[in-house]
Design a protein around this ligand. Structure first.
Ligand SMILES: Nc1ncnc2c1ncn2[C@@H]1O[C@H](COP(=O)(O)OP(=O)(O)O)[C@@H](O)[C@H]1O
Ligand SMILES: [Mg+2]
Length: 310
């Protein structure tokens, strides 16, 4: 079995339309064929796992075939659920006459740009932590580049943010202890909630940064802009210690494609492929040809997956 499939978590990233969903599905299928219990999760709002497998996949885990399960996460639903959890958490902690105001504030915060990312991230964290013991491999089909990177760097950012909150809470609590003057530390449910979140993030961070357990793949096509974008994306990922070891170079014109027009195109493509091999010489390249048709059924996906698991 291919080394990639031996990991526990795989993230597949890249621009829209390059073949992330197809690659994720192909990897997940190959893993399932190798008798590993596999979960394929889509976090891209433009879901198409359902189309690929010609079944309805939604927010609940759906069995696709033997050993293969899928799930599509919807950021709007997640944001709603997330805000409700926050409200529930706070319900017992604030004065009852303040509840309406607090809920209003939470709703306002929920409409801010970072909220849906935070919610999506929360779900992603839960999936990794809850399912990793039940599945041999979890494959995440992620949204286009920038989004994925922000999502993956969140544990770090959230860690710092929570640390700041914890410190402030600690100071306030110390202050109360002194005021009450009985020397007993005050019980602070908010502090406990924050502490629990921090521990959860730390746990997932350990998994995401462990090369043995987690792998990152980027999909690109042999063209000028995708090369530049991938270079930048990898730089950012590296800065966050998220090492992308595999690049899937998809939709390469096959040798058998003939005609003068294609010959010219292939010439150009050759120079891009050469560039890709040079620029990304420190990564493993998985080259996949352009198929005659879209990858829309099991048979084509199977053929596609043979390139990924060579
Ligand atoms: N190697 C390939 N040959 C032919 N069609 C492909 C290939 N890879 C992907 N496709 C098709 O390209 C389209 C975009 O692929 P998809 O995996 O949905 O991209 P993404 O998830 O990155 O947006 C789909 O219609 C898919 O079937
Ligand atoms: Mg997709």
């Amino acid at each position: 079995m291919n080394d990639l499939l031996r990991k526990n978590v795989l993230f597949v990233g890249g621009k829209g339309g390059v073949g992330k969903s197809t690659s994720s599905a192909a990897l997940a299928m190959a893993s399932a064929h190798a008798k590993q219990k596999t979960l394929l999760v889509s976090t891209d709002p433009a879901h198409n796992i359902g189309d690929i497998f010609q079944t309805d996949v939604g927010g609940d885990m759906t069995k696709i075939t033997e050993n293969l399960f899928a799930l599509e996460i919807d950021s709007e639903t997640e944001t709603k659920k997330y805000l409700q959890t926050v409200k529930d958490h706070l319900k017992g902690m604030v004065r009852s006459d303040m509840i309406d105001e607090v809920n209003r504030q939470i709703d306002t915060a929920g409409a801010s740009p970072g909220a849906s990312e935070a919610a999506l991230f929360d779900r992603l964290v839960s999936i990794v932590l809850d399912e990793i013991s039940d599945f041999d491999l979890i494959v995440f089909d992620t949204a286009p580049t920038g989004h994925t990177i922000r999502l993956l760097t969140l544990p770090e950012l959230m860690g710092v943010w929570i640390d700041g909150m914890l410190e402030r809470r600690r100071k306030t609590n110390e202050h109360y202890t002194q005021l009450l003057n009985d020397g007993d530390p005050v019980e602070d449910p908010v502090y406990e909630v924050l502490q629990a979140r921090k521990e959860k993030f730390a746990k997932v961070r350990d998994i995401l940064l462990d090369h043995k357990r987690t792998g990152y793949l980027f999909v690109l096509i042999p063209e000028r802009l995708p090369i530049i974008e991938t270079k930048n994306a990898l730089k950012t990922m590296d800065q966050h210690h998220l090492h992308v070891d595999h690049l899937i170079v998809n939709k390469i014109l096959p040798e058998k494609a003939d005609g003068e027009f294609l010959a010219k195109r292939r010439e150009l493509e050759r120079s891009y492929l050469k560039q890709i091999r040079e620029v990304f010489s420190d990564r493993t390249l998985i080259e996949v040809p352009l198929f005659e048709e879209d990858i829309t059924d099991f048979e084509k996906l199977k053929t596609f997956s043979t390139y990924m698991t060579k």
